[in-house]
Each structure stands twice: as structure tokens, then as C-alpha cells.
Design a binder for this molecule. Structure first.
Ligand SMILES: NC(=O)c1ccc[n+]([C@@H]2O[C@H](COP(=O)([O-])OP(=O)(O)OC[C@H]3O[C@@H](n4cnc5c(N)ncnc54)[C@H](OP(=O)(O)O)[C@@H]3O)[C@@H](O)[C@H]2O)c1
Length: 321
């Protein structure tokens, strides 16, 4: 990896004399088709190409690969041999072990949130990235949106906030939603959309040092994030809000007033292209760290895991009462 990055650094421009970074995509479902495949296939400006697709259904992999001009090698070993980096669009408990194998084989990682459900698998993935000396980025969508980055730059420069708040009311558990997938039904908004809000408030108010959590009705989770330095921020997430109530809000507040995060468009391609460009830049520079790398993804996951434990404990206590 280091040798590859060094040889890239010697070149004087992207795509002139150096080959593009070959990315493979793991997953052939809705999110792979509408987000990762089009982002990877249109990232030549970042010196990236979509070289290969792999999924557990070979026919689906062949179809997606053909639609985006990529190969569909049979078997994960042949797939990994054909790429420099791997992007993931599969459930987190599927992503984590495959990503660990890929990292140990020296492949750079574009991961989805949450990086894993199990803390042990998240820790193993961090170990694999360290051992493989590969670059990693987790697609916390909000953190890669230009509007949100401008807001974060402003609020972190001003500082002095007493607290914040965030809510994301989604409707992915409606029958009609393409996101009504088994892992979401099982793990809910706590694991699906809380990662975005936790990552955002972490960036705005400082590292989350502890969490207090409880559940509401249906798929409703309430978290209170306690940040290093003393700020606190309540978060409510649900995927069972219904379309009329759907929406995302976040703000920070203090003696200087209140600052709300801007509304953001739905289109995932601009922030995903930014993610890819930053990952490719790190690969070429021989750098493995990023503010949203696998370690940050693991740390956000630890907050969710602790919240899940508290929610489960309260549910069990409620059932006993
Ligand atoms: N950052 C964001 O804003 C954002 C938005 C949406 C989704 N995501 C992330 O993208 C990931 C996938 O999203 P999704 O749930 O909506 O899934 P999805 O797009 O429906 O795709 C699921 C894919 O995973 C495959 N899969 C499922 N179980 C598998 C298993 N046990 N072994 C191998 N492959 C398996 C499916 O294969 P089959 O087709 O054969 O079932 C399908 O290819 C999740 O991590 C999610 O958090 C992120």
C-alpha cells in the first residue's frame, strides 16, 4: 500500500500517467444501485473507477456490474484480487466481517454506517484496518454535505455552546419504502439514523463521553449525549414516524443564542462523491486517518451499543413490573 501511494505521489496529475484506483462494490440492492454504483462510476475526476461488483446473488451482481460497465468476478477472493478499494452497501453485520478480510488483504474501505452492530466485530474491523495499513472512511452522509460542513465550521469556530439537540423522524419502516430491509426492521432507527445525528452533534459539541437512553413507542429511541467539556444534547430518532411527520432537525444553543443546522437535500450522490474523493486523496497521500474513519465509526457504534443496553434493560424491567 505504501509503495502504491508513493508511486502515485510521484505523478503530476490524476489520470494522466497513473492508473485510476479500482474500486469494488459489495452489495447489489437498492442503495448500491441508486447511490454507490453511480457515485463510483462517475468519480473519474477523483481518479477512481468502478471495477467490480460482488453480491451473494451472482445474477444480481452481473446485472448491476453490466449496467455500470464493471466486472462481476465469481467469489469474494477473485473480487478482492481485482480491486484496490471496496465500497459497501450491505447490512452492517454483513459489512463488518467482509471489510475486515478486505482490509487485511490491503484494500482501502468506503464503509457504511453503522460500521457493525456487534462491538467485537467493530473492534476487529479497526484492528484489520490497522494491520492492513489501509485508508477508511465511513459515509456519515450529513458529515459530507457541503451545507452541513459550512454550518459545522461556523459553530465550532464560535464555540461556547451549552448544548444541542437533534431529531430525525424517518419512514423507512413503511411497507412501501425501499429501505424497509430486514436489518432495519430488527435494529431500528437507533442503528440506522442515530449514527448520522450522533456523528453530527459529536462534531458540533465535542466527543461523546457517555449516553443516557430510553425508548418510546414503536421504533422511537431517545438518547441524551453527554459531551466532553460539559455540553449535553438530546436526540430522538424513529423510522416509524409516517411521511407527514418525517424530517431532520438539529441545533446548538448557549448564551450567544441558537444556531440551527441547515435543511439538506435528499440526493446522496454529492456527499458520496465527496467521501470518495477524500478517501482517494488519502490513499494517494499514504494517509489512513480521516475525521470519519473506521475508528470514529467504531466510537459512534459504542455510543449506540451502550444506548441499546440501557433500552433493553429498561424494557426488561418494564416487563417485570
Ligand atoms: N449513508 C446513508 O445515508 C445510507 C442510506 C441508505 C442505506 N445506507 C446503508 O447501506 C447499507 C445497506 O442498506 P439497506 O439496508 O437499505 O440494504 P439494501 O440496499 O436493500 O441492500 C442490501 C444488500 O445486502 C445484501 N445482503 C443482505 N443480507 C445479506 C447477507 N446475509 N449476506 C450477503 N449479502 C446480504 C442484499 O442481497 P440480496 O439482494 O441478495 O438480498 C443486498 O444486496 C446499510 O449499511 C445502510 O445503513 C446508508
Amino acid at each position: 500500500m505504501v509503495a502504491f501511494a508513493a508511486s502515485w505521489r510521484e505523478k503530476d496529475g490524476i489520470g494522466m500517467t497513473s492508473p485510476p484506483l479500482r474500486f469494488g462494490l459489495v452489495g447489489t440492492g437498492y442503495w448500491a444501485r441508486v447511490a454507490h454504483a453511480p457515485a463510483l462510476a462517475s468519480a473519474s475526476a477523483a481518479g477512481v473507477e468502478l471495477a467490480a461488483v460482488w453480491g451473494r446473488n451472482p445474477q444480481a451482481a452481473a446485472r448491476l456490474a453490466a449496467d455500470f460497465g464493471a466486472a462481476a468476478p465469481e467469489g469474494i477472493d477473485a473480487f478482492l484480487a481485482a480491486v484496490d478499494g471496496v465500497a459497501f452497501a450491505v447490512p452492517p453485520d454483513v459489512q463488518a466481517p467482509i471489510a475486515a478480510v478486505a482490509a487485511r488483504a490491503g484494500k482501502h474501505l468506503l464503509l457504511e454506517k453503522p460500521v457493525a452492530i456487534s462491538e467485537a466485530e467493530a473492534d476487529d474491523l479497526v484492528d484489520a484496518v490497522t494491520q492492513g495499513q489501509v485508508a477508511s472512511v465511513v459515509f456519515f452522509t450529513l458529515s459530507f454535505r457541503a451545507e452541513i460542513r459550512a454550518w459545522l465550521a461556523d459553530v465550532t469556530a464560535r464555540g461556547g455552546w451549552t448544548g444541542g439537540a437533534g431529531s430525525w423522524f424517518g419512514s423507512s419502516l413503511l411497507e412501501s419504502s425501499p429501505f424497509n430491509t430486514p436489518w432495519r426492521r430488527e435494529n431500528g432507527a437507533l442503528w440506522d439514523i442515530a449514527p448520522h445525528v450522533v456523528a453530527l452533534l459529536w462534531a458540533a459539541l465535542g466527543p461523546v463521553t457517555s449516553v443516557t437512553a430510553d425508548a418510546g413507542p414503536a421504533d422511537v429511541s431517545h438518547l441524551i449525549l453527554h459531551h466532553q467539556g460539559g455540553a449535553s444534547s438530546p436526540v430522538t430518532v424513529t423510522q416509524s414516524a409516517g411521511e407527514q411527520a418525517a424530517g431532520f432537525e438539529a441545533f446548538v444553543w448557549g448564551g450567544a443564542g441558537r444556531s440551527a443546522a441547515p435543511a439538506v437535500p435528499d440526493d446522496p450522490l454529492p456527499p458520496l462523491r465527496t467521501t470518495l474523493a477524500e478517501l482517494a486523496g488519502n490513499i494517494r497521500a499514504g494517509q489512513t486517518g480521516h475525521p470519519c474513519d473506521v475508528r470514529f465509526g467504531r466510537n459512534v457504534g459504542r455510543v449506540l451499543a451502550e444506548a441499546q443496553r440501557q433500552i433493553d434493560r429498561r424494557r426488561r424491567a418494564g416487563e417485570r413490573a
